[in-house]
Design a binder for this molecule. Structure first.
Ligand code: AMP
Ligand code: MG
Length: 423
């Protein structure tokens, strides 16, 4: 068919129509999995000040010949430094001060002996300060000291623009004293399903009707990718109903309109008709299975991706086309899901379109092996529920024998089940 374009071509064309959204400033506590919009440099050294890594007694080791030696050494205790204080204490050779973990080293100190290596092994800060303490060994220079700047130097780049922020990154930002940071605004995706047959779950089935699956699976896929989803419900198979929801999407300032169904050649497939009258259809029909009637275009100036109505087609279409678009809008690299080479457990037939087949991938002594789940009809969601991967059969391939290696997209981050135990 002349108007079928390849998956890769369609994806590149679609991606070329999107650019990264602008930045906004948000609280670090809200920044999980958001994309950093600017490089972050450290405003200071870390640690900020040299401090003790143990509860112990600080000394000047560099000026003391006993440094690093064993023996009993009794020293006068001239001060007490709890964590969180600024100390004005100065240590001279032969003196010591009690110091707690994280407390700043007094001037002159360069080593700390842990309390357990002394005659005063009490960690409790309510233990009275002794006037002298016996060391059972003398610490070496630098022992149990976390010097200023050991981890990070002032001005050093800590996190790069484009980073998808993880909890440890946010802990780091807090360590730098930052509370609000610039991140890329979340994409706003207006979502609706279409079709007179669709019912909302929670009521008994009705003759000729089915329950709307796509509003849920697509909405949650989009949410999982970090988008803000504007749920517009279901458009009836009616020109005006579809038009009304497009208008709602415009009013909600959507960055992308995502719809399912109504883009085939059926008499009631109005989504495509509305686009032709009030926008533009740029791509229609892609050489893939499931998911051929994928449509990309514009309603007025807002980009729209219309996925086929069958729930598996919609799901696969989302992973192939919408996920990378959300990534690009969010300032992330539009990468594919994790891919694994797997061996077919049985022969596989395809129809020459680039196919995404539902499969279970398991680890075996021979490596990862794959077997298709259930009937591959694009309306059969259960075979997707049973799958942990999609096998990608390239365009032009109509059959593959058992033992062939194909690429698999892992559907989630669950560990793969082990088929046979082996050491
Ligand atoms: P269409 O693209 O409108 O021809 O729909 C293709 C098939 O997908 C039909 O069998 C529809 O009933 C089904 N379908 C459409 N939308 C949904 C939906 N939101 N949830 C479940 N099935 C749907
Ligand atoms: Mg329909």
């Amino acid at each position: 068919m002349t108007d079928l374009i390849s998956v890769n071509h369609a994806l590149l064309r679609i991606l070329s129509e999107f650019k990264t959204l602008p930045a906004e400033k948000i609280d670090i506590s809200d920044a999980l999995l958001r994309t950093l919009a600017e490089d972050i440099h450290s405003p200071f050294d870390l640690p900020l000040f040299s401090n003790s890594s143990v509860d112990g007694f600080a000394v000047c080791a560099s000026k003391d010949l006993r440094a690093g030696t064993r023996g009993n050494f009794t020293l006068p205790v001239i001060g007490d430094i709890p964590a969180g204080v600024q100390t004005t204490l100065r240590l001279n050779r032969g003196e010591t001060a009690r110091i707690m973990t994280g407390a700043p080293l007094p001037e002159g100190a360069d080593a700390v002996l842990p309390v357990e290596d002394t005659s005063y092994p009490y960690r409790d800060s309510s233990a009275p300060l002794p006037s002298e303490v016996t060391f059972y060994r003398f610490p070496a220079v630098g022992e149990n000291v976390r010097p200023r700047g050991q981890d990070v130097q002032k001005g050093q780049k800590i996190l790069s623009k484009g980073r998808k922020l993880q909890p440890q990154d946010i802990g780091m930002l807090a360590t730098l004293g930052l509370d609000r940071i610039p991140v890329i605004r979340r994409p706003r995706i207006a979502l609706f399903s279409s079709g007179d047959e669709l019912l909302t779950p929670g009521i008994p089935p009705q003759p000729g009707k089915i329950f709307d699956a796509n509003s849920y699976s697509l909405g949650l896929l989009a949410q999982r990718e970090g988008a803000e989803v504007i749920r517009l419900g279901v458009a009836r198979d009616d020109y005006q109903a579809v038009l009304d929801l497009f208008e709602k999407a415009i009013n909600a300032e959507a960055d992308l309109i995502l719809t399912s169904a109504g883009v085939s050649v059926g008499a009631f497939d109005y989504v495509r008709q509305v686009l032709e009258d009030h926008g533009e259809v740029k791509i229609w029909r892609v050489n893939m299975r499931p998911g051929k009637p994928l449509t990309f275009g514009y309603y007025q100036k807002v980009p729209i991706i219309s996925l086929p109505g069958n729930p598996v087609s919609a799901f696969v279409g989302f992973l192939v086309f919408v996920r990378p678009v959300i990534a690009k809008l969010s300032g992330l690299e539009p990468t594919a899901p994790p891919t694994l080479p797997v061996m077919l457990e049985h022969p596989v037939l395809s129809d020459g379109r680039e196919s995404y087949l539902r499969a279970v991938v398991q680890k075996s002594p021979q490596g990862f092996i794959a077997r298709l789940t259930g009937h591959q009809g694009s309306g059969n969601l259960y075979s997707l529920v049973q799958a942990n991967a999609l096998l990608i059969i390239p365009a032009g391939v109509k059959s593959l024998p058992a033992g062939e290696i194909v690429q698999a997209w892992l559907l989630d981050n669950e560990p793969l089940p082990v088929l046979e135990k082996f050491e």
